[in-house]
Structure formats: structure tokens, C-alpha cells
Design a protein around this ligand. Structure first.
Ligand code: OAD
Ligand code: ZN
Length: 230
């Protein structure tokens, strides 16, 4: 049995990290163009850094919930036949014990040099004036976040896994951002049984074989329990 799981902001909601598109939104009064595009960063790097610095600091105040732990347990069971693809930039999956995971939208705990493209760990505030520890050049560090118009990380590995998947689950994602929004349809074409696990209906609900409604901290452990004994 090969299992691929896609997660979005909804899995971290009960840990206290706000989602993007639910009513209270995450953008702190800032537009997507300001904080989630390369142009926005070019215009005002300090504003963009402040935005992600704040989110990075927030990681110290939150902890994984039962849904994160359940997915780590599922990975334990399936080993290399399991892949977690997350759109989240927090580290809650890792802290729950997940190891086989791809952060397709990047990570708050990494920074990238726009000169030499080296990605390095980042657990402190980032400033546009920071220099690169690898190539030594100045003024080129940015958060390792995939912004709108940029190519997500690890897509090839994700697609390979989707082709082989027998079960695919999309958890806590609104299905509005490509290419992840198309993963369910892709997995289905390749023969997987597809499940949407979400608190509410989404734009993609109808295209899944099965839908589980409710808060992730309850629905995900319940879904994972189905695999007991396999
Ligand atoms: P969204 O904010 O678009 O969607 C969150 C989804 O989680 C919604 O469908 C909610 O119904 C659901 N949800 C909320 N609370 C839940 C709970 N407790 N249990 C289960 N489901 C719950 O977030 P994403 O789909 O992750 O990209 O957004 C995709 C991308 O858009 C993000 O990765 C981000 C943003 O632009 C980048 O930062 C590059
Ligand atoms: Zn560099």
C-alpha cells in the first residue's frame, strides 16, 4: 500500500496558526502582493522580512496537534511507501516526528541566498542586510518561502509518488492554489482512492472519492486508525 498525504493550513489551525483564507486571514492587513511575491520583496524587503520574522517567532508558541502526530504514526507504519507533501511553512510535522516530507512552499526555518541559491537554516530574525555565509555576498538573503509565480520545491518527487499512490488524502487545504490543488485529480487518474479531510466543503470536494468532515485533530487520527492491522 502506497500512501501520499497533502496537508495545508487547516492541519495547523488547531495548533494556533491561522489559515490563509478563513475569515480572520493571516495576512495581517497586508496584501498578497506585498508579502508573497518577489516584486513585493524587491520593493520593501524589511516589511516582508518583518512579516516572516513574526511568523517564525510564533513557532515557539505553538505545538503539533493530534493530526500531525497521527500522520507521523502513519509514516512509521508505511515507511518508504509513505510521503507527506505539505504546503505549510511551519515545522509542526517535523516536531510530531514526520521525516519523509516535502515542504513544497518552503520553510520559515530556512533562508536562501538570491546570489548563490544556497539554502541554509534560519532560526533568528532575517534582515535584508544579512550577508550569505556561503558566498559572502551582501543584501541577498530572503526567506525560503515559495511566493506566487515561483516554482514549488520537490514537485518531481511529489508527482512520482502520486503516480504510484494507492491512497491519497488532502487534509486542511482549500484546493485553491496550484499545483497542489490538482494533486487529488492526478492521483485519481493514476488509480488512487482519494479522500478529502477538511472542516468544510472546498472547491474540490466533489472530485474526491470520499470526504471526511470535521476538525483535523479528530478526523485525521480516525482516518489513520483505519490502517491499523495493515
Ligand atoms: P487555506 O487557508 O486556503 O485553506 C485552509 C483550509 O483548511 C480550508 O479549506 C479550511 O476549511 C480548512 N480548515 C480550517 N481549519 C480546519 C481544521 N481545524 N481542520 C480541518 N480543516 C480545517 O490554506 P491552504 O490550502 O494551505 O502558500 O493554502 C494554500 C497556500 O495558499 C498556502 O500554502 C500559502 C497560501 O498562499 C504560500 O505561502 C506559498
Ligand atoms: Zn550566497
Amino acid at each position: 500500500m502506497k500512501v501520499v498525504v497533502l496537508t495545508g493550513a487547516g492541519i495547523s489551525a488547531e495548533s494556533g496558526i491561522r489559515t490563509f483564507r478563513d475569515s480572520d486571514g493571516l495576512w495581517e492587513g497586508l496584501s498578497v502582493n506585498q508579502v508573497a511575491t518577489r516584486t513585493g520583496f524587491g520593493r520593501n524587503p524589511e516589511l516582508v522580512n518583518r512579516f516572516y520574522n513574526q511568523r517564525r517567532r510564533q513557532l515557539a508558541e505553538v505545538t503539533p496537534n493530534a493530526a500531525h502526530f497521527a500522520l507521523a504514526e502513519l509514516e512509521q507504519k508505511f515507511g518508504d511507501d509513505f510521503l507527506l507533501v505539505t504546503q505549510n511553512v511551519d515545522d509542526l510535522h517535523e516536531r510530531a516526528g514526520s521525516k519523509r516530507l516535502i515542504h513544497i512552499h518552503g520553510e520559515l526555518l530556512k533562508k536562501r541566498c538570491t546570489w548563490c541559491e544556497q539554502t541554509t537554516p534560519c532560526d533568528v530574525d532575517l534582515s535584508a542586510e544579512d550577508h550569505c555565509a556561503k558566498c559572502g555576498r551582501e543584501m541577498g538573503m530572503r526567506p525560503d518561502i515559495v511566493w506566487f509565480g515561483e516554482v514549488p520545491h520537490g514537485l518531481e518527487r511529489s508527482y512520482e509518488a502520486l503516480q504510484r499512490a494507492e491512497v491519497f488524502a488532502a487534509i486542511g487545504t482549500s484546493g485553491l492554489v496550484e499545483p497542489a490543488s490538482r494533486f487529488g485529480a492526478k492521483a485519481k487518474v493514476y488509480g488512487a482512492h482519494t479522500v478529502e479531510i477538511n472542516a468544510t466543503e472546498t472547491a474540490k470536494s466533489e472530485s474526491f472519492d470520499e470526504v471526511l468532515r470535521g476538525p483535523a485533530s479528530e478526523t485525521v487520527p480516525r482516518w489513520v486508525a483505519r490502517f491499523a492491522g495493515r
